[in-house]
Design a protein around this ligand. Sequence first.
Ligand code: PBG
Length: 325
Amino acid sequence: MSRFPEARLRRLRQSAPVRSIARETSLEARQLVLPMFVREGLAEPSPIGSMPGVVQHSLDSLKKTASDAAEAGLGGVMLFGVPEVRDAIGAGADDPKGVLNVATEALVAEVGDALVVQTDLCLDEFTDHGHCGVLSDSGAVDNDATLERYESMALAQARAGSQLLGLSGMMDGQVAAIRGALDAEGFHDVLLLAYSAKYASAFYGPFREAVDSQLQGDRRTYQMDPGNRREGVREALFDQDEGADIVMVKPAMGFLDVLREVRDAVDVPVWAYQVSGEYAMVEAAAANGWIDRRGAILESLMSIRRAGADAVLTYWALEAARLRS
Ligand code: PBG
């Protein structure tokens, strides 16, 4: 046997065109969803300190950015509302005049034919205690009372024209409850994205600034423990059975193993959310000259796709659609 190799894997790496034709994973604009924040009463967009390049939008800047997203060929935009007033039950969430519902209506009119207009369905932006549900007398998050609020919120969002509801609250039975409420009112075509394996993560830190979160404490009685892999798969299977059209794993980079297992376990599309802390880490390191920003963005997104995500929510969606390959 020759001391030189017969099989030469480097042959497939020799030039940019060869590497390109040999690449197993693609990253396309249509696979990217841009999360956007819209703040009630804002005249001009307002920067978010811990997320350089991301803003709280005014209604006008929201529409403009959504048009850019459509122009860039993105798969969708995911809307989060930041209300002026909050209360114990999150009344702004299912008020047709609430910031999220008003913005949804405007966006559907603007870009509803070009991409999928999506809305976050959760109470945390609307409650004065910052939890994703309503509280019982003991101060615990009340699962079933919260489901009733979610049903009402789902109907308000569907009436505003939302094409896909992002169920991010992590209440048990939320997919079935919301599907039932929508179907009863004839909203059979509204898609449900279940944040199935949503972990109680420190990487949501910058998002809390983005939505002016009022949360004291943590969400560990409803979001998952980062040590659990099997439970993530179980959540995804439950949600698929309850009628989720798409399931999600969140955050992305720290949970690529869960993403792969979920991808192998379900038949519905699987999405991943590259969250605010993942964004902030790369931006901060790049701002210090410690990391190649473009390379890190593309590599992180490619890794999430490789692990099994059919689509990715990312604050870099617009930029990545242009950077691609
Ligand atoms: C809940 C929600 C959160 C995020 C998306 N939806 C916050 C949380 O669960 O605490 C975080 C997204 C991010 O960090 O980018 N409505």
